[in-house]
Design a protein around this ligand. Structure first.
Ligand SMILES: [Zn+2]
Length: 381
C-alpha cells in the first residue's frame, strides 16, 4: 500500500514542480516584462527663452538604446512626467550604419561625433579605417573645454567615438591611450583596468598625473576637485547600485568645464538603457531610463540659468524592439514586450533646448547631428 502512495506523491510533486517550474519561468518572464511601479520624483518645468545667439556651451546626452518606447516607459513609471517633457524642439535621427540596416554603438557614436557613416565596430574611423576628426577635437582647437561622463567604461564604444580613432571598438587599451593623448579636460566612468592592468605592461595613471590630471577614484574625490583636468574612475555598476551617480558626476562636469569662459562641449551617456534592452528586462530599462532623465534634469537646470547652453538629448539606436502593452500612470506600473535582445533599425528621437535648438527639428541622418553642431557654432569645417 505504502509504495503506490509514495509513487503518487512523487508523480504529483514532479508535475507540480514542472508546473511550478513553468509557473516560475512564466512568473520570471512576467516580472521581467513588468516594472511594478514605484516612487515618483518631481519634475521641474524649465523656463524657455527665445534667443538666437550662438551657443557658448553644448551638452550632448546619449541614451544608449533609447527609443521612444523607452522614453515613454520612463514617463509612465514616473507618473506621466519626465524632465524630457521640457523639450519643445524635437526631431528624429536615422541610425543606419554605412552598410546594413542596424547599427552598433561604435558606428552610431562615430556618425554623431564625426558626421560620417561607417561600419559596425569602427571607432572614429571611416570605412577605409582612416581617422575622422571628431567634434571634441574641432571645438578644442577653438579653445573649448571638453569632457565625457558615462555609466560604463570610458573606453566603451560611445565615449570612445568622441576621443579615439581605432578600427575596432574592442581595442580598449589603444582607446585608453587615446584618452591620455587627446587633451580631453574631463572624463568620468569605469574602465580603470584599461589604463592600469594592461597587456603592454604600461600604466597610464602616472602618465595622466604627469599631464596634470587629478585622477579620482570616487564621486567624493571628483566633487572635491576645484579646477583643472580630471580623470574620474568609478565602479561599473547597474542603476540599482549606482544611486544618483550620473546626475552628480554630470553636475561636477558642468561645474568644472563651465570655468572656461570660451565654452565647453560635454557628452553624457546613459550607457545602460541598452543593457536593459539586451536583457529584455523592463525593470532595468525603466531604472536606467529614469536615472538618465534625472541627469537630463541636472543639465536643463544648468542651461536654464546659463542661457548660453545648447542641450541635445538623443540615442545612437534603439535596443530590444520594445513595445508598451500596458501601464498605469497612477502607480507607475508599465508592461512591455521586446521583439528580441538586440539593436533595431528604428529612427530615434532628438530633443533640443536652448540657443540653436531650432536646428534639430525635422528628420535627418545621425550624421546630421554633427553637422548641426557645426552650423549652430558657425564653424566651417
Ligand atoms: Zn547595445
Amino acid at each position: 500500500m505504502k509504495r503506490p502512495l509514495i509513487l503518487i506523491i512523487v508523480v504529483l510533486l514532479s508535475v507540480n514542480h514542472g508546473l511550478l517550474g513553468q509557473t516560475n519561468t512564466a512568473d520570471s518572464i512576467k516580472s521581467k516584462n513588468t516594472y511594478p511601479g514605484g516612487t515618483f520624483y518631481k519634475v521641474e518645468s524649465i523656463r524657455h527663452f527665445r534667443n538666437c545667439r550662438k551657443p557658448r556651451n553644448i551638452v550632448l546626452m546619449i541614451g544608449d538604446g533609447m527609443g521612444v518606447a523607452q522614453v515613454f516607459a520612463g514617463m509612465t513609471a514616473n507618473g506621466g512626467h519626465l524632465y524630457i517633457d521640457n523639450f519643445d524642439r524635437i526631431g528624429f535621427s536615422k541610425t543606419q550604419p554605412s552598410k546594413g540596416y542596424i547599427t552598433d554603438s561604435a558606428a552610431g557614436g562615430t556618425a554623431i561625433a564625426t558626421g560620417e557613416k561607417t561600419y559596425d565596430g569602427a571607432v572614429g574611423v571611416d570605412t577605409l579605417k582612416k581617422p575622422l576628426e571628431n567634434i571634441l577635437e574641432i571645438v578644442r582647437k577653438r579653445g573649448f573645454s571638453t569632457g565625457v561622463v558615462v555609466t560604463t567604461e570610458v573606453t566603451d564604444a560611445t565615449p570612445a567615438s568622441f576621443v579615439a580613432h581605432v578600427p575596432s571598438r574592442y581595442q580598449s587599451e589603444e582607446i585608453a591611450q587615446a584618452f591620455v593623448d587627446s587633451g580631453i579636460d574631463l572624463f568620468i566612468g569605469a574602465g580603470r583596468e584599461n589604463f592600469e592592468n594592461r597587456n603592454d605592461g604600461k600604466n597610464l595613471i602616472p602618465e595622466l598625473a604627469a599631464k596634470g590630471y587629478k585622477v579620482c577614484s570616487s564621486v567624493d574625490e571628483i566633487n572635491a576637485v576645484k579646477s583643472g583636468k580630471t580623470g574620474g574612475f568609478l565602479e561599473n555598476l547597474p542603476y540599482d547600485k549606482r544611486g544618483d551617480q550620473l546626475a552628480v558626476t554630470t553636475g561636477a562636469a558642468l561645474r568644472l568645464l563651465s570655468r572656461n569662459g570660451q565654452g565647453f562641449f560635454l557628452m553624457v551617456e546613459g550607457s545602460k538603457i541598452d543593457s536593459g534592452g539586451h536583457a529584455t528586462d523592463m525593470n532595468q530599462e525603466v531604472g536606467e531610463m529614469l536615472d538618465f532623465d534625472r541627469a537630463v534634469g541636472k543639465v536643463l537646470e544648468f542651461a536654464a540659468k546659463d542661457r548660453r547652453t545648447l542641450v541635445v538629448v538623443t540615442a545612437d539606436h534603439e535596443t530590444g524592439g520594445l513595445s508598451l502593452t500596458g501601464g498605469d500612470m497612477s502607480t507607475g506600473k508599465v508592461t512591455g514586450n521586446f521583439a528580441w535582445g538586440n539593436h533595431t533599425g528604428i529612427m530615434v528621437p532628438v530633443f533640443a533646448y536652448g540657443p540653436g535648438a531650432d536646428a534639430f527639428m525635422g528628420i535627418y541622418e545621425n550624421t546630421g547631428i554633427f553637422r548641426r553642431f557645426l552650423k549652430v557654432l558657425k564653424i566651417r569645417n
